[in-house]
Design a protein around this ligand. Structure first.
Ligand code: PGA
Length: 251
């Protein structure tokens, strides 16, 4: 059985005060979430604040939203895998559609980030997903396959053993439009079948999250689908109440 994972992607939101109160809210309700794994991904600068607020608790994992491919040195403004580990992170999101679209990250860049994340001891959460235009022209599977294949070409299928994939249709992110559970399940099943053709054990074990306007109201119907193993949550992860409701739905 795959253990469900609910990950909060805070994006560029929050400050010290809101981080402390959000972490407190989540830790207060965490005990009821008996099965699902809970992960929060604050902005870099708030990761140590969140770590302090967790105060040694390890039932809520910490992750980052991005990382640099270099280890250290003259890379102004960048943050490396070892820095994230040092700050208490276990996970890092790579290839979020906002990174791909706004900052021009290519499939190759994302694959390189996936590799250095693992080499640095972090579990990558690899985001994939099609734009509205790509969906409407019937390219959803081709796009998702291309994005995943780029990573496999760099690291090999066996490295998917320690990774998470998040299927996030770009048109559903932050728009309030969610894929129906059936639409999402279809792509999740496609991803698992693609991986199963290369390694059945890894495909069976790999957690595939859905992301894109998941909220307290729709989480249960999405996560109840066979191949949906949790969620990557943006907007609804900024309030303890809605984030915990999604954690309970995944539980
Ligand atoms: P959203 O964001 O839940 O606000 O749609 C999801 C994501 O971008 O990871």
């Amino acid at each position: 059985m795959r253990r469900p994972l609910v990950a909060g992607n805070w994006k560029m939101n929050g400050d010290t005060e809101s981080t402390i109160s959000l972490v407190k809210g989540i830790t207060d309700g965490r005990a009821e979430v008996t099965n699902a794994e809970v992960l929060i991904c604050p902005p870099y600068i708030l990761i140590p604040r969140a770590a302090d607020a967790l105060n040694g608790r390890d039932d809520i994992s910490l992750g980052a939203q991005d990382l640099d491919i270099n280890q250290n040195g003259a890379f102004t403004g960048q943050i490396s895998a070892s820095m994230l580990v040092d700050a208490g992170c276990k996970y890092v999101i790579v290839g979020h559609s906002e990174r791909r679209a706004i900052y021009g990250e290519s499939d190759q860049d994302v694959a390189d980030k996936f590799k250095v994340a693992q080499q640095g001891g972090l579990t990558p959460v690899l985001c994939v997903g099609e734009t509205l235009e790509e969906r409407e022209s019937g390219e959803t599977e081709a796009v998702v396959a291309r994005q995943i294949q780029a990573v496999i070409d760099v690291v090999g299928i066996n490295q998917l053993d320690d990774a998470v994939i998040a299927y996030e249709p770009v048109w559903a992110i932050g728009t309030g439009k969610t894929a129906t559970p059936e639409m999402a399940q279809e792509v999740h099943r496609f991803i698992r079948a693609m991986l199963a053709a290369l390694n059945g054990d890894i495909a069976e074990k790999l957690r595939i999250l859905y992301g894109g306007s998941m909220n307290a109201g729709n989480a249960e119907s999405l996560i109840s689908m066979t191949d949906i193993d949790g969620g990557l949550i943006g907007g609804a992860s900024l309030q303890a109440e809605s984030f915990l409701a999604i954690c309970m739905a995944a539980n």
